[in-house]
Design a protein around this ligand. Sequence first.
Ligand code: F0G
Length: 451
Amino acid sequence: MSDNLHQLRCFGCGARISGAEAQPDFRCAACGDLFEVEYPGWLERHGHDRPNPGALKWLWRERRCSSESLDNSGVWRFRELLPILENFGHAITLREGNTPLYHLTRAANTLGIDQLYAKHQGLNPSGSFKDTGMTAALSVAKERGFEWVACASTGNTSASMAAYAARAGLRSLVLIPEGKIAWGKLAQAMDYGAVTCQLQTDFDGCVRVLAEIVRIAPVYLLNSVNPYRLEGQKTPAFEIAEAFDWVIPDHVIVPGGNLANSSALGKGFRELVELGLVARMPRISVIQAAGANPLVRSLAETHGASLTSLEAHTRASAIRIGNPASWRKAVRVIQETCGWCLDVTEAEIAIAKAELGAEGLGCEPASAVTLAGLKKLRASAKIGAADSVVLILTGHTLKDANYTIDFHRGSLLSEPEAEGREAEIDALRRDAHAVDATPQAVLSAVKGLSR
Ligand code: F0G
């Protein structure tokens, strides 16, 4: 491994170790906290020794036109900023990243924010943002000679890990909470050949079981406590910067579950500033579901000094997490960028998801918390009309089709949950009509189609 190029630094006590010295659970032996990858060579360089920002920007853009698979990857085309492999030829890529940034025309109009965009990470190869991190960490696993990889998951990590493991010829073990993940995600893990174990517990329980397993069996842990995952997941920050011609937008808004994604994006933007590629970081705000909001509570009650885990409940199953591993890293990102952290109700999530769908940009419920959160930030004037805003949509709409169908059939939300929002919900609902198989019957069922 390129231990000469990178090292791991403990987020808690600052201890530094080489990549090869990490324990199987990726916790610091001294204090139990998580590690971050750092590249000591970068900041020691001065003057002519430092990478030339203009040359790097040009190179990264040029690679998009190359026919090499590594260059086509939206992660590895930025490989100068993630030198974690001994040999980049070992990278396992499904050509992840390079996801579109869409202007949210209708929401922009309704909210009175001209520059409102969605970065759709659900358009990655396995349908979620996890692919950018998985290509990085799984490539490390392969290069280090592991035969088995494993994760605990609310569904998307397992789908992504199983796909990349299959490409690499590795075996994969998935632990999921029984009955608590969307079918689309379970189907993917099966399709890609993972050994899938459904445990009678929640996501946090699966994490605990897996932490024991990696200590006694030779499997490589691919949950986001693995710091190499975050190295891949920081690259959408580079893509956003590039799309804005290296003038950073004012706000980036992300969903918060296990809190690795917010941490990774923060790391990405921070490194761009440290390397002189951009002038500043955006404000990074994290949105949680009201029934799964340990970070919101931690910040409100202790200013992020401690976090009390809770039993999580939300239909946005991807973020049904009560004991987030990367919470300390997320606190740092929110505080250093002066971002916000707030929660949204089940009705707010469902409405925001339907609104994104009506713009032609379907997404998972967990992704829609970003729009729901933006509405609150706009209503409280924390985000202004002239601000530029990027929402990170994390998962594809087909991951959880049942949620969407239940919403449009009117069976998703309970009466108390929908109370006061009935008119909004009715205006968004589009149920399928059961009609006779004749043109007349179809035309009479469809209002507004007659001549
Ligand atoms: N959105 C989606 C669609 C997710 O799948 C997840 C996390 C998140 C947001 C939250 O991201 O954990 O980095 O704060 N899913 C994980 C999984 C936990 O197992 O697939 P986070």
